[in-house]
Ligand binder design. Sequence first.
Ligand SMILES: Cc1cc2nc3c(=O)[nH]c(=O)nc-3n(C[C@H](O)[C@H](O)[C@H](O)COP(=O)(O)OP(=O)(O)OC[C@H]3O[C@@H](n4cnc5c(N)ncnc54)[C@H](O)[C@@H]3O)c2cc1C
Length: 459
Amino acid sequence: MLLGRNNPAFGADIRTASQETIKTEVCVIGGGSGGTGAALAAARAGAKVVLLERESILGGTGTCAWVCAWRPVMGSNGIPRDLYMMMKEDPSGVSCIDYSLCGRAGRVKEGKWLPKNPSLVYEPRTFDYAAREMLEATGRCQTLLATTFCRARVEGNTIKAVEAWFAGKRLLIEADVFIDCTADGDVCADAGCEYHMGEDSKSLYNEPSAPEKAEMSLNALTLCYRITDTGVSQKPYLPKDVKSDSCPLSACYDKMPNGDVVINVVGMIKGNTILCMEHSRLMREAQRRVYAHFHAIQTQTSGKVQWNTWTISGIAPRIGVRETRRILGDCVLTENDCRAGISKQSHKDVIAIADHAIDMHGRRGQHLRLDGPYGIPYRCLLPKGVRNLMIASRAASFSHIAASSCRLQRTMMTIGQAAGNAAALAVKHRIEPRRVDVAALQARLQSQGVDITEPAQKA
Ligand SMILES: Cc1cc2nc3c(=O)[nH]c(=O)nc-3n(C[C@H](O)[C@H](O)[C@H](O)COP(=O)(O)OP(=O)(O)OC[C@H]3O[C@@H](n4cnc5c(N)ncnc54)[C@H](O)[C@@H]3O)c2cc1C
């Protein structure tokens, strides 16, 4: 059946014929790690929330790109811990570990680096189910799945509403505060905020590891895949036209709760490809590399693990993107912050801590361990130029180098928790997020279990 303008029987375009306006206090756009944390925190703090997510599942990169492993990182005792407790109720949903162990990336004791702690691995469905349960329990969050943000309606320096699409219907969401959690900073960019992409020049933030000149070099892309042990010998498979050596071998192997393994080939495809290759071609190339990678590890004889009884049981529906835009905020977190650590930083508005290594999967491939946690200032969540907009995702105001340390899922969820609480305070007191009493925000976060100072070192 022909629909739309060209169908005389139908008359009007189905899309323009159907529009709904929703009014709320806080609108969170993007339901990944940052968005889940932001929506949950704002709703728990008493605000009326609408959460928009273009997929039919929450969790973003973690659930849709199958990056379903929480690497150890300090500062993960707020909403991530609550979510873990909820996920743990599903006996096959999460790798059963002592949560306190995966709460730190590792530590230096008497000049020695102590061994790395375990990652926490979860089933994507379990994250989604637990997050939905927790959001529903607030009674204040309307979660709109399969709904795509497309435009910010800006008047002066204020976002009045965002436009989104759901199944041919246009939605207009009006709110007091908007939180951009799209990972690419789409709302901020559409609202006219300034942003950076790629490597920053040394002179911009005076970072010791930065190159002299800014360079468009993004962290590598990875299409994760999942393998299952069949228990019987498998014939290695390589589609025609795919070369076995066409994919780098270095990869992270995460054991899922049911014994499957999810493989994340760290440098699978150059990051800049996302900017210059049409997406279906990119996915096709990434799929070829998945087959090449598995064929290579299955046929190698020297590896520690033999994969000859294993088979590919799935390829993630979405490619994992580590880096795109970084929105310019009131403060930029830099390598100098990460290296200095919280005791030497001078920021008075720390709302989260992190200690993951600086881990750049770009052309330099640097990996630099940190000696302890650093603080992330609240001002990194406040994009310049728009008064009622916040950002809580990997696109927040970080330098290229700092982002490579703090982009971890639980850190994003924790900055989301800070943004959600701040948005609720702003709504309650009828002020801009920029005017929120930072000491009150910090006290509130601490009462929710968030670490904003260095926790005492345990032996
Ligand atoms: C290959 C790879 C490996 C990684 N390894 C790890 C790891 O082991 N452990 C770890 O903790 N971190 C890891 N990371 C980093 C981490 O996964 C990401 O940095 C983190 O998930 C980003 O969280 P986010 O909330 O910023 O974005 P996301 O989780 O990606 O969420 C963004 C959400 O916004 C939605 N969205 C986007 N645009 C729109 C729109 N227009 N309308 C509606 N919704 C929209 C998306 O669908 C998505 O759900 C890895 C990343 C990659 C790519």
